[in-house]
Structure formats: C-alpha cells, structure tokens
Design a protein around this ligand. Structure first.
Ligand SMILES: [Fe+2]
Ligand SMILES: [Fe+2]
Length: 140
C-alpha cells in the first residue's frame, strides 16, 4: 500500500499542500506501527496523532473558506466531519481484540483513499477558488 504524498495531489495552495504532506506523514507512521507489529499502544498513539493533525488541518481549511466566503463551505465541512467519524471508527476497529493485521491495513487504506479523493475533488476546487479570488483582488 502506498500512502506517500505525490505531486499529483498538489492543490497549488502552499499552506494546504504543506498540511496535506504532514497528514500523509502521519498516515505513514500509523501504517508503520501496524506493519511492524508495534502493539496496540503504539497504534493507538499513531491514530491520536493523525486525529489531532486532521482536526488542526480541517480547522485551518475551514477558516480559509469562511474568510473568503467560499460558497461550498457547508458541504466541505460535512466531508471533514465524516472523515473524523471514519477515523474514530478506525480506532474502534484497531482497538478491537483479534483484528488481524490484514484487516487493520485495509481500514487504513480506506482512510488513505478517502483523503486522496477528498483532496482531488474538494480541496483542489477550494484552492482554485482561493487563487481566482486572490488574482481578482490583485487586479482590482
Ligand atoms: Fe485538506
Ligand atoms: Fe478539505
């Protein structure tokens, strides 16, 4: 499973892209802790880091949207909330006694897929909106 950030995921917004890269690093850490059989405590810590960082990132994106009157703010925010619920479910799955490494990896892969889809659909739209707005301000 490949959870590396790649340039095709770049939105063009520096802040958003930096935070996405960090989000991927935290996903990789989680993957590593499952892969190397580090035990439930390490896996749980890695999920906590991911949750905290995702929360921080979503808040930053939502603030940018509010400040710039982004028309899709509400629906974008719903997507972020769904992600946080998915991660909470992932924690439940991983905490559950007897979940095989294979199942755990599957759960992480689906969270990784979600992030890629969200970036490609939602965050790229947001970034181009912000860029257009920026250019309008510069030229007015
Ligand atoms: Fe994002
Ligand atoms: Fe987003």
């Amino acid at each position: 499973m490949d959870l590396h950030w790649q340039s095709s995921l770049a939105t063009g917004n520096e802040l958003i892209d930096k935070q996405h890269q960090e989000l991927f690093r935290r996903m990789e850490k989680l993957l590593e802790s499952v892969n190397s059989g580090q035990g439930p405590k390490c896996v749980s810590n890695a999920i906590t880091f991911l949750e905290n960082y995702a929360f921080h990132h979503f808040r930053a994106e939502e603030e940018l949207q509010r400040k710039n009157n982004y028309p899709e703010y509400e629906s974008h925010k719903v997507q972020h909330r769904i992600f946080m619920e998915d991660v909470a479910r992932l924690r439940g799955d991983l905490d559950r006694q007897g979940a095989s490494a294979e199942l755990q990896l599957k759960a992480i892969a689906s969270v990784g897929n979600w992030i890629c889809n969200h970036i490609n659909k939602r965050d790229k739209s947001l970034a181009s909106y912000l860029q257009e707005r920026d250019e309008t301000v510069k030229h007015s």
